[in-house]
Design a binder for this molecule. Structure first.
Ligand code: GLA
Length: 385
């Protein structure tokens, strides 16, 4: 298939009869560790994938936005009325209209624009194709309009597009990863202060590879379950009298758990508090250059998501168990849960054998075959030309 940036430019020329003024790319992400901690004001450690969404764009007169996407080969057009209030544009166009809405709502004078979107980020695989789309469109509009919106303020705005316009109650991790990640690094983000530290994550130098297994599990009730987990966490924080679960330190965990009578809330709280600590421990190991030692933390994160947060599914657990049995140093589900992808940290020479072991375990259980790819950390949203 032609390069994604080429496809965006070609789509633009076919649709609008002239070349674009520029192209902007934003990546999908995986999260190394720190799951469901972002909306608890905690810590996350995602990195950007080399798979990207590209927006080829140019201005147009008036408050009008026209967007073509190669995925559906559809063109969506909207004007000031549709972005005056959330929810008027639906489907994939809502992510684009949501960005325009959020920019205007924050007082920016958003230029009218024509856009053509192409993407290598698979949909529904838990790799944040929606944040990649939001970030590509946002950076395009910011540049085309010369808007005063530095990169560190862009994730919050893209998150508002998703929370308020699209109506998905997600945290700030995915948009931060799509915008702020750096090549060769994982992004250590404090989701309360939005401070970041770029942590060197040189798998190659350590003789390691990161295998991403796409579980191909259908997302079962993912939206409703995500919202329910968020509500449980907020209820737990309220019961404990803290602004967010981030405020419960690991050394206060036992006392905190003893104050909660609902066993389900206890499990949810335990996941979040221990997961925040695992992010901090992973960062400490990476800062010390001890990359291969992070494996057990990844696996412990998976066990916590499986048993305490209860967001894994049989395909995902099968992939993790098979990867570990085949020699992975650590493995975990990445992303919101109920499907999506598994990360396995492997010796570079073992990547294929681990992938084959997962495929064999799937076949034995009669699951449709999984996909897999090895990845290195890539950079965040950027203007290509
Ligand atoms: C989804 C959300 C993120 C985050 C993860 C779980 O990807 O979009 O904000 O909550 O789930 O860590």
């Amino acid at each position: 298939m032609t390069d994604v940036a080429e496809r965006a430019a070609a789509g633009f020329r076919t649709r609008y009869g002239e070349p674009p003024a520029g192209r902007w790319a934003a990546p999908g992400r995986v999260n190394l560790i720190g799951e469901h901690t972002d909306y608890n004001d905690g810590f996350v450690l995602p990195f950007a994938l080399p798979l990207r969404t590209v927006a080829a764009a140019a201005g147009q007169d008036g408050a009008r936005w026209t967007v073509w996407s190669e995925l559906s080969d559809e063109t969506v057009t909207f004007g000031a009325d549709e972005v005056a209030e959330p929810g008027r544009v639906t489907g994939w166009g809502a992510y684009v209209a949501g960005v325009v809405w959020a920019l205007r709502d924050a007082g920016h004078d958003v230029p009218g624009a024509r856009l053509a979107i192409a993407s290598d980020v698979p949909l529904g695989a838990g790799l944040s194709s929606s944040a990649a789309l939001e970030a590509a469109v946002l950076t395009a509009l910011v540049d085309l309009g010369g808007l005063d919106l530095p990169a560190e303020r862009q994730p919050r705005l893209a998150q508002r597009a998703e929370n308020v316009y699209v109506g998905a109650p997600t945290g700030i991790m995915d948009q931060s990863a799509a915008i702020r990640c750096r090549d060769g690094h994982a992004l250590f983000l404090d989701c309360r202060t939005e401070e970041v530290e770029h942590i060197p994550f040189d798998l190659h130098a350590a003789g390691l590879a990161m295998l991403v297994v796409d579980s191909h599990a259908p997302h079962r009730h993912a939206d409703g379950e995500y919202a329910a987990r968020r509500r449980s966490c907020e209820a737990g924080a309220a019961r404990l009298g803290v602004p967010a679960l981030r405020d419960v330190g690991i050394d206060q965990l036992d006392t905190a758990l003893a104050r909660l009578d609902d066993p389900e809330t206890r499990r949810r709280v335990r996941h979040v508090v221990t997961e925040d600590q695992r992010v901090l421990d992973t960062v400490a190991l990476l800062r010390a250059g001890r990359v291969r030692e992070i494996g057990p933390l990844l696996t412990a994160s998976h066990v916590s998501m499986r048993d305490d947060f209860e967001i894994t599914v049989p395909e995902i657990d099968t992939a993790v168990e098979a990867a570990l049995a085949a020699g992975a140093l650590g493995a975990r589900m990445t992303g919101g849960g109920f499907g999506g992808c598994v990360l396995a940290l492997v010796e570079v020479d073992a990547a294929e054998a681990v992938a084959d072991a997962v495929t064999a375990a799937y076949a034995k259980k009669g699951f449709p075959a999984p996909g897999h790819v090895t990845v290195l950390p890539a950079g965040g949203a950027t203007r290509l030309d």
